[in-house]
Design a protein around this ligand. Structure first.
Ligand code: F6P
Length: 471
């Protein structure tokens, strides 16, 4: 039976469904791999003084983890550098924060070659390889260069950028060319797919068909959208745990008369946290009669703390939370609680359920699984309201959320009022529609749809793979 080999920069603790969230990708892949079984290869998170290491294997049940240590220089230039100071800001349309350093792109290719060599050491002819995210775009091509002819798919967990911004990247054409090493390339949303196709249409004047096939000089690439999700039944189960009951009780105690607005985000500039604080501040200014009747609990999960922009953002949020509390707080009411400790997923399920509304307000986001987790964790009899940025990938599916433009603090402040005042029947109707969407388009469906297309024998082959190896 063919094995599934998943490759991603970060590898989660697959055997703990309760690990503190290390990002949507890691949690989603852990869920998908547990269902399918196979091998998960990624960076160990450790730095080595002796160059990149060989993979270290450990197996529990049906999943083998293969982890590689990376050299200090590669961690700095590939992970902190090209991944998180070049591609991440650029793909999130922050060209003002994007570094275009040649050494970063060289290390990025080096690490992709390290991963390719590691896969070659254990891959079997029938294995299906599924590469994840922007850290590893060139990996398919590197595998082809080593003569690996297996089915290889790629999924991008972040948005694909608008062409005008993407072409500012010195390696833009090389990166796109390298995608032709894959049999299938998946995006989160139709919007991302359209932006990707626009690059071919406008920049390269390429033939494309309605099925998603792109032809370029005899090479073929199938590109489609597959919105990632969660398994709602898993979130419902977590909501029934003791830890969830505890966090639910502690959230509600003393807040019987106070509406709880919740935010759960990695501390990342793409998440729009300063805008969220500004909108909340505006809500308190504009609606003084609401003071003391609502509070914002913002959980900020520390992220990429070796990158300067992330450190600066952490400081800014602490200071802003202090300013809001200093200005509006009273002896018996703290308007904004900002926590940076992490919570297990079971405790988080109780926190979601206890909240009256969740504010998911990224400036740009591939999908945003917090939005889906919040919906799945609600009590159907008394569900909370989802406030969702129109710039989150999830907005394409969760159309019954209350949409906000996070750049518009007036409109976001009004949406907070709308959420607080929303009658029970409207909350139930909106929740039911969103829950049904998530149930239909679950994490299992995402994985199955992608794998079915990747394994599809009828799909036209790239005419001459040798061209890709040589490229
Ligand atoms: O979802 C995008 C993503 O970059 C994932 O690849 C990653 O797991 C998550 O955000 C958290 O980022 P990092 O692994 O850099 O902490």
């Amino acid at each position: 039976m063919p094995r599934l080999i998943v490759v991603s920069n970060r590898v989660a603790d697959i055997h703990s469904s309760n690990a503190a969230s290390s990002g949507g990708l890691a949690m989603a892949m852990a869920g998908a791999l547990k269902e399918e079984g196979g091998v998960w290869l990624g960076w160990s998170g450790e730095t080595s003084d002796d160059g990149d290491g060989p993979p270290q294997f450990s197996t529990v049940d049906n999943v083998t983890l293969a982890k590689i240590d990376l050299s200090r220089q590669h961690v700095e230039e590939y992970y902190n550098g090209y991944a998180n100071r070049t591609l991440w800001p650029l793909f999130h349309h922050r060209t003002d924060l994007t570094s275009y350093e040649q050494s970063f792109s060289e290390s990025y290719l080096d690490v992709n070659r390290t991963f390719a060599q590691a896969i070659r050491s254990f891959v079997k002819p029938d294995d299906v390889i599924w590469v994840q995210d922007y850290h590893l775009i060139p990996l398919g091509r590197e595998l082809r260069a080593l003569g690996i002819d297996n089915r290889i798919g790629f999924f991008l967990h972040i948005p694909w950028p608008a062409r005008e911004l993407f072409v500012t990247l010195p390696q833009h054409s090389d990166l796109v060319w390298s995608l032709f090493g894959y049999d299938l390339v998946g995006f989160q949303t139709e919007k991302d797919l359209t932006a990707f196709r626009d690059y071919f249409q406008t920049e390269l004047k390429t033939q494309q068909d309605d099925e998603g096939l792109i032809d370029l000089f005899g090479r073929r690439l199938l590109a489609r959208s597959y919105p990632i999700s969660i398994n709602p039944s898993e979130m419902a189960e977590l909501s029934n745990t003791e830890a969830a009951a505890n966090s639910f009780r502690r959230m509600r105690e003393g807040n019987e008369e106070c509406k709880i607005l919740l935010g759960v985000d990695r501390i990342d500039y793409s998440k729009g946290l300063p805008n969220k604080f500004a909108a909340y501040n505006r809500f308190l200014e504009r609606f003084p009669e609401r003071r003391g009747t609502a509070k914002l609990l913002q959980i900020g999960q520390p992220s990429r703390s070796l990158v300067e922009e992330y450190q600066d953002l952490g400081e800014e949020l602490m200071a802003e939370a202090g300013r809001i509390n200093g200005r509006f707080g009273r002896l018996d009411w703290t308007p904004l609680s900002y926590h940076t400790q992490s919570y297990g997923r079971d405790a988080l399920a109780g926190i979601y359920r206890a909240a009256d509304a969740c504010l998911v307000t990224p400036l740009r986001d591939g999908m945003n699984l917090v939005a889906k987790e919040f919906v799945a964790a609600q009590d159907p009899a008394d569900p909370g309201v989802l406030l969702l940025s129109r710039f989150a990938g999830a907005a394409e599916q969760l159309t019954e959320a209350v949409f906000v433009n996070p750049y518009d603090k007036e409109q976001t402040a009004e949406a907070i009022v709308q959420a607080i005042d929303m009658p029970l029947d409207e909350r139930q109707d909106r929740w039911r529609a969103m829950f049904d969407t998530i149930s239909r388009s679950s994490l299992t469906a995402w994985k199955n749809n992608f794998m079915a297309d990747l394994k599809n024998e009828d799909r036209p082959e790239t005419p001459d793979r040798a061209e890709i190896y040589a490229f």
